[in-house]
Structure formats: structure tokens, C-alpha cells
Design a protein around this ligand. Structure first.
Ligand code: NAD
Ligand code: DAU
Length: 337
């Protein structure tokens, strides 16, 4: 099988490419990635010489380049996106062009090449925000209610994928997954930001009252879920993927990280809230479990410990990522905290 993976140099994409070649060494993976600030070929150093792996630098918004690069692929796994909610608030435009237009360009190429499956990697954020303290969870029947430019652009891409299925008969699947964490996570996101700031002896910024809730999943469990969907998923089907059975607030999560790292809670700094900050996410993944036999295998405590160990052992990686233009972003976002 030849997989055409978009965004394979980013956080989840690079974990997926390494996972796939380890578990399916007979397959060929083409990684098509623009290498934006979030794309990093260092994430793939251990497989860069694998003859079953090809990297192509390119933009998913470029129809000619996409058409050429996708030639011969049986399956498309589409990760490429602008993925950070805070950046979508500062400047939404790239989110619309990459996440919406880029997806449409890929869908057209997939039609032309008659790929056997277009798998779209999406987010639980398309469902909006749940009440704090409620028992409610997102299910495959929850209506879309995106509330940030990021989630609105991902919702648009989900709709396009389904529309291409209905209109043109393109075989598709979608996963809507909750918050991932793990190795190679870009340190603009809460967990790697907290870990690396603690390692640097810096404060950990917590937005608003810190009571917002996210549903955390170890990244390899997400890769396993996509694998299960590619192998056993039904065409024209959406699968929900998540990790938690109990709510944990951002504040309690940060306290857990501080404790696991032997650091003091005085490092917590409350900063101004994110505009339109979704209060709570919780994913009911029971139908995915029933249909595919998938379930998360790593507990939050285990996953955080593994992630902390990874960041301790890969200081060169995150120090390089945190230098350069990331510093300008950090100062704009957090001031001089
Ligand atoms: P990321 O920001 O770490 O990586 C995105 C990758 O896409 C980068 O390698 C970047 O270079 C590439 N890219 C961006 N624009 C491109 C373009 N125009 N053309 C080609 N490549 C481009 O993102 P991530 O956190 O790994 O997320 C991957 C996917 O999973 C996204 O679609 C995201 O919406 C979805 N998702 C993420 C999470 C999460 O918690 N991170 C959860 C659910 C779903
Ligand atoms: O739910 C899935 C989504 O999870 C993905 O679709 C997105 O691509 C991914 O970025 C993530 O979005 P979030 O906005 O939930 O992740 P982030 O790590 O940015 O923030 C997690 C929570 O922590 C959120 O409630 C905001 C808060 N936060 C974040 C940062 C960066 C802080 O309190 N302080 C911070 O410095």
C-alpha cells in the first residue's frame, strides 16, 4: 500500500509516519509537507533513509504540485493544517486557506487519482463547548458548533470531505479526536509549554481561571485509532477518538505536571483568558470501541511521565524549536512572563 500523508512533519503526523513504518514496513509512505513553523524534519530523522519513505516539500493549496505528488497513492491520510487556536485568533486567514482550501485541493486530486480512501484527521473542537460540570459528551450525533476560527475552518474541511463523498462518490473516513500530547509536540501548546518552561525554571501560564477542561489522549493511541479506521473502518463513517473517562481542569493538569517533575506550584501564573475560550471538551468514543475494538491504552499519568521523560532526553530538540521566531510569538502572546 502507498500512503500519501500530508503534514507528516508536524506533531501528530510525524508520530504517525514513524508508527506506520514501524508496524507496516512493507508499505510506502510519501510525506507531503510545506514545513511551516510547525513542520520539522528532525522529527523524522530516524526514518529519513528508509527506502519505504519519501519526503516531498509542498503546499496543499497548490493543485499542480499536489496532483503530481499524489500520483500512485492508494490512501490519503490528511493531517496538514494550521492547528493552534491562539494563532487563529491573531490571524485567521492562513487557517481558511490551508484548512479549507487546502483540503478541497487534496479532495480534487484524490478524485482524479481515484484513491481507495481519503482519511481526514479532524478535531473534537468542531462540536463547540460543553457545560462545565455536566456529564454530557460529544458523540457522532452532536451538531457542529465551532467557535474559533481554527475550529470553524476544521468544520469547513469536514463538510467538504463528506460533500465529496455524496457528490462525487469519493471514499472517505473522518476521525474527530481530542487533545493529543506526547513526543515532538510543539511547545506553543499547553503540555509541552508547561514541561519545557518548568525545565527552564520559567512560570507556567494558565488562561483565565484555569477551570477549562480538555480530553487528553497520548499521541500513539491516536495513531492506533487511525490505523484501526484505515484497516477496519467503514467508508463514509466518522469515528470519535478521545482519552479521558473523568474531567481534569487545566489547573489540575498543570499541578500534576509540576508534581511529576518535582517542581513547585508557585510557578503557576494566571494570564488573560483566550477570547471565546471553549469551556469543556469530553469525547464519547464508545462507538469507535464497539465498531473497531480500539480504546486508549495509556493513562494520563503514564503518558505525562513518558512525555516528561522524552522532553528531558531531547533538550536539543525543544531548545532549537523554542529559539528563533518562536520567541517573538511568545512575547506577543504572553508579554515578558
Ligand atoms: P502541527 O501544527 O504540529 O502540524 C501541522 C503540519 O502541517 C506541519 O508539519 C506543517 O508544516 C504542515 N502544514 C501546514 N500548512 C501546510 C500546507 N499549506 N501545506 C502542507 N503542509 C502544511 O499539527 P498537529 O497538532 O500535528 O495536528 C495535525 C492534524 O490533527 C491537524 O489537522 C489538526 O487539526 C488535527 N488534530 C490535532 C489535535 C491535537 O491535539 N494536536 C487533535 C485533534 C486533531
Ligand atoms: O481538542 C483538540 C484540539 O486540541 C486540536 O484540534 C488543536 O489542534 C490543539 O491545538 C488542541 O487545542 P487546544 O486549544 O485545546 O490546545 P492548547 O494546548 O492550545 O490549550 C489547551 C488548554 O490549555 C486550553 O483550555 C487553553 C489552555 N492554555 C493553553 C496555553 C497554550 C493555557 O491555560 N495556557 C497556555 O499557555
Amino acid at each position: 500500500m502507498k500512503l500519501f500523508v500530508t503534514g507528516g512533519a508536524g506533531f501528530i503526523g510525524s508520530n504517525f509516519v514513524r508508527y506506520w513504518l514501524k508496524h507496516h514496513p512493507e508499505d510506502h509512505v510519501v510525506n507531503y509537507d510545506l514545513l511551516t513553523y510547525a513542520g520539522n524534519l528532525e522529527n523524522l530523522a530516524e526514518i529519513e533513509n528508509n527506502p519505504h519513505y519519501t519526503f516531498i516539500k509542498g503546499d496543499i493549496r497548490d493543485p499542480e504540485a499536489v496532483r503530481e505528488a499524489m500520483r500512485g497513492a492508494n490512501v490519503v491520510v490528511h493531517f496538514a493544517a494550521e492547528s493552534h487556536v491562539d494563532r487563529s485568533i491573531t490571524d485567521p486567514s492562513g487557517f481558511v486557506t490551508t484548512n479549507v482550501v487546502g483540503t478541497q485541493v487534496l479532495l480534487d486530486a484524490a478524485r482524479e487519482h481515484e484513491v481507495q480512501r481519503f482519511h481526514h484527521v479532524s478535531t473534537d473542537e468542531v462540536f463547540g463547548s460543553l457545560e462545565l460540570g455536566s456529564e454530557e459528551k460529544f458523540t457522532p450525533h452532536t451538531p457542529y458548533d465551532p467557535r474559533s476560527p481554527y475550529s470553524a475552518s476544521k468544520a469547513g474541511s469536514d463538510h467538504l470531505v463528506r460533500a465529496y463523498g455524496e457528490t462525487f462518490g469519493l471514499p472517505w473516513t473522518i476521525t474527530n479526536c481530542s487533545n493529543n500530547y506526547g513526543p515532538y509536540h510543539f511547545p506553543e501548546k499547553l503540555i509541552p509549554l508547561a514541561i519545557t518552561n518548568i525545565l527552564e525554571g520559567k512560570s507556567v501560564p494558565v488562561y483565565g481561571d484555569g477551570l477549562n477542561v480538555r480530553d487528553w489522549l497520548y499521541v500513539e493511541d491516536h495513531c492506533r485509532a487511525i490505523e484501526a479506521v484505515l484497516h477496519h473502518g467503514e467508508e463514509e463513517h466518522t469515528y470519535l477518538v478521545g482519552g479521558m473517562s473523568e474531567d481534569i481542569s487545566n489547573l489540575d493538569l498543570v499541578k500534576m505536571i509540576l508534581e511529576l517533575m518535582g517542581a513547585d506550584e508557585s510557578l503557576i501564573t494566571y494570564v488573560k483568558d483566550r477570547p471565546g475560550h471553549d469551556r469543556r471538551y469530553a469525547v464519547d468514543w464508545s462507538t469507535t470501541q464497539a465498531d473497531l475494538g480500539w480504546e486508549p491504552s495509556v493513562t494520563l499519568e503514564e503518558g505525562l511521565q513518558q512525555t516528561i521523560d522524552w522532553y528531558r532526553e531531547h533538550e536539543d530538540w525543544w531548545r532549537r524549536v523554542k529559539s528563533g521566531s518562536y520567541q517573538d510569538y511568545y512575547t506577543k502572546q504572553y508579554g515578558n512572563e
